[in-house]
Design a protein around this ligand. Structure first.
Ligand code: GLN
Length: 551
C-alpha cells in the first residue's frame, strides 16, 4: 500500500478538501483503488456534537459516522461511498489510546504522546486502506502547517516516510496572495509554509499553488529555489468557476503522472486509447456545467430559495452548513441544462412578511434543530403548499411540513413537534422512546438515528416514479419521528405517506396530492447526490421548479 499525505499552508479555507478529492479522482481514473481519509485536529470525537455555525455541515456516511464536509467532497468526486475508517479526529485517537491505557493494554508502560498517539494515527491510516483493499491511501491533514494542533499527524507522516521512503509522498497546498495595493503575486508566505513543514521533518514532493491565477515562470523559479523542488513539481491551482473543474486543471499539468512517479508507480490505464477512461465521463459532466452556465441569462435559470435559520449570523460561511444541499441542487439542475440560482432566505423574515417568497420557483426547508425561526419555516411551507410552489422538505423540513398540515388542514392550531413544544395536545412529530432515554441521560454523542436505513416506496406515488424502484436506502440524522397516531387522519386529508421503513412502522417520505411537487423526506437525500449520479428527488424537484414562472 502507498500513502499520500496532503497538508495545507498559509491560510485555512484554500480548498484542501477539493484538491484531495480531485487527486483521489485522478488516481482512480489512472486505475488505482484509492481511499481518501480526513485527519481532523479537534478533540471532538466526531463532528456530530458541533454547532453547524462552528463546523459547517455534518456529513453522515452509510455506517452512521458523523463526519466532516470534506468526506462529502470525497464521495462526490469519487462517486463511491466511504466508511468510518475514512475519518479520524484527534479526539477519537486520544480516546482509543486512553481506553487502551485503562485496559492495561500497554503493559504498565508510560504512555507518551509521541510513540503511542502517533502509532494509533498510523494504525488508523493502515486500517482505512485495508478496509477497502486500497492501493493508495490519501490522507488529508486538517489545519494549517505551522500550528501546534496538527503536528502529531505530521509526525506520523514523518515516521511512515522514514520507515518506507518509497511508499510515502507528501503534497503541500499553499497560497500565493495578490495584495491589491501591490498588484503582484507574492510567494513569501508559500516559501514560509514549506519551511514550517521542513521544520517538522517533512519535505513535500509536490507543491500545489493556490492563487487567484496561474503561477508565472518567475514565481515558479522563486518557489523552486526556496523549496528545493524541481519546477515541474510545482503545480498551479488557480481559482475556477466550478470546483468540479479542479481535477481537469491538475491533469492538464500531468499531476497524476508526476505524483505516481514519486511513488514508483505507473498508470494502470496508460494503454487505454484516451489515456484515462474514468476522467472522460468526468469531462463530459464538466462540459454540461459549461453549457448550463453559458445559457443566455434568465432563460434557462431556475431560482431556488433555501429557507432556514442559520442566516445573518456574522462571519462564518453560510454555504458551508448546507453544502450537500447546494451541490445536490447543482447536480440535478446541470443534468437538465439548467443554471441554478440559489437564494438564502431568512425564515425570521418570512414570518414577518411571507410575500418575500414571491418569485422563487422552488423552496427547500433543509435539516435543522431547535426552535429559532420555526414559525417562519412553517409559514414558508404553508406558502409553498397554497401557492403551488414546488417544495422539498429535508428531515426537519419534512417534520415541519407535517406540523403545518396538521395546523392548517386538519385544524389543530397547536400541533407541533415535541422538540419545540413537549406539551402540545397534538404531537404530530414526537420523540422515539429510546431517544428520550438518551437525552435524559445526556448521552448526546453519536446517538441519533444515524446512517443508511432501508425504505419502501408506495406503488403509484410520484416519489416512486422518480426513483424508478420500490426499495431504497437513504441516510438519516434525527431524533424525532412522524407520530403514527395521526397517520390515518393525515392521509385522509390528502397528505400521502409514500415511504416507510420495511416493517411499515416509521414514516420516511410524505407527498402531497394535487401539487406540482410537495415532498418531505425524513432522511437526507442530499448526502447521496453525486455529480455523475444526481439524486432522483432533486431531479424531480428541479424539473417541477423549472416549469414555474419566475419573477
Ligand atoms: N431536529 C429534527 C430531529 O432531530 C430534525 C433533524 C434534522 O433535520 N436533521 O428529528
Amino acid at each position: 500500500m502507498k500513502y499520500i499525505f496532503v497538508s495545507g499552508g498559509v491560510i485555512s479555507g484554500i480548498g484542501k478538501g477539493i484538491a484531495t478529492s480531485s487527486i483521489a479522482l485522478l488516481l482512480k481514473s489512472a486505475g488505482f483503488k484509492v481511499v481518501p481519509m480526513k485527519m481532523d485536529p479537534y478533540l471532538n470525537v466526531d463532528a456530530g456534537t458541533m454547532n453547524p455555525i462552528e463546523h459547517g455541515e455534518v456529513f453522515v456516511l452509510d455506517d452512521g459516522a458523523e463526519t466532516d464536509q470534506d468526506l462529502g467532497h470525497y464521495e462526490r468526486f469519487l462517486n463511491e461511498s466511504l466508511n468510518k475508517t475514512s475519518i479520524a479526529t484527534q479526539g477519537s485517537i486520544y480516546l482509543s489510546v486512553i481506553q487502551k491505557e485503562r485496559n492495561l493494554e500497554y503493559d504498565g508502560e508510560c504512555v507518551d504522546v509521541v510513540t503511542y498517539v502517533t502509532e494509533e494515527i498510523i494504525k488508523r491510516i493502515k486500517e482505512a486502506g485495508r478496509s477497502k483493499n486500497a492501493d493508495i491511501v490519501l490522507i488529508e491533514i486538517g489545519g494549517t502547517t505551522g500550528e501546534y494542533q496538527n503536528v502529531l499527524f505530521l509526525e506520523a507522516n514523518r515516521i511512515m516516510k522514514l520507515k518506507n521512503p518509497g511508499d510515502v509522498a507528501h503534497i503541500h497546498i499553499t497560497y500565493l496572495p495578490v495584495p491589491s495595493s501591490i498588484g503582484e503575486m507574492k510567494s513569501k508566505p508559500a516559501q514560509m509554509s514549506v519551511r514550517d513543514l521542513n521544520a517538522v521533518g517533512i519535505q513535500p514532493d509536490i507543491l500545489l499553488a493556490r492563487a487567484s491565477r496561474s503561477l508565472d515562470q518567475n514565481r515558479i523559479k522563486k518557489l523552486a529555489i526556496s523549496t528545493g523542488l524541481e519546477p515541474e513539481y510545482i503545480i498551479s491551482a488557480p481559482d475556477v468557476d466550478s470546483i468540479y473543474k479542479v481535477p481537469v486543471g491538475f491533469e492538464d499539468q500531468q499531476l497524476t503522472k508526476k505524483l505516481l512517479s514519486k511513488l514508483g508507480l505507473i498508470e494502470k490505464n496508460a494503454d487505454l486509447p484516451a489515456g484515462r477512461q474514468g476522467l472522460k465521463e468526468w469531462q463530459g459532466f464538466v462540459s454540461k456545467i459549461d453549457s448550463a452556465l453559458r445559457e443566455p441569462e434568465g432563460k434557462r435559470t431556475v431560482k431556488i430559495a433555501i429557507v432556514g435559520k442559520y442566516f445573518a449570523t456574522g462571519d462564518y460561511t453560510l454555504s458551508d452548513s448546507y453544502i450537500s444541499v447546494i451541490e445536490a441542487i447543482k447536480h440535478a439542475a446541470w443534468t437538465q441544462a439548467l443554471n441554478p440560482e440559489i437564494y438564502w432566505v431568512d425564515a425570521g423574515k418570512v414570518e414577518k412578511n411571507p410575500e418575500i417568497l414571491k418569485g422563487y420557483q422552488g423552496i427547500i426547508v433543509p435539516g435543522g434543530f431547535g426552535s429559532r425561526d420555526i414559525e417562519g419555516k412553517i409559514i414558508t411551507i404553508k406558502y409553498a403548499r397554497e401557492n403551488n410552489i414546488p417544495y422539498f422538505g429535508l428531515c426537519y423540513g419534512m417534520q415541519l411540513a407535517t406540523v403545518e398540515f396538521a395546523r392548517n388542514v386538519l385544524g389543530y392550531k397547536d400541533a407541533n413537534t415535541t422538540e419545540i413544544d413537549p406539551d402540545t395536545a397534538h404531537p404530530v412529530i414526537h420523540i422515539m422512546p429510546d431517544q428520550e432515554k438518551k437525552l435524559l441521560e445526556r448521552n448526546y454523542g453519536a446517538t441519533m438515528r444515524l446512517g443508511a436505513w432501508d425504505c419502501v416506496l408506495s406503488e403509484g406515488s410520484g416519489v416512486r416514479k422518480l426513483y424508478g424502484k420500490k426499495d431504497i436506502s437513504e441516510r438519516h440524522r434525527h431524533r424525532y419521528e412522524f407520530n403514527n397516531d395521526y397517520r390515518q387522519e393525515i392521509e385522509k386529508n390528502g397528505m400521502q405517506i409514500v415511504g416507510t421503513s420495511p416493517d411499515g412502522k416509521l414514516v420516511e417520505v410524505i407527498e402531497l396530492k394535487d401539487h406540482p411537487f410537495f415532498v418531505g423526506t425524513q432522511f437526507h437525500p442530499e448526502l447521496k447526490s453525486r455529480p455523475l449520479d444526481p439524486h432522483p428527488l432533486f431531479i424531480g424537484f428541479i424539473e417541477a421548479a423549472s416549469k414555474i414562472k419566475a419573477s
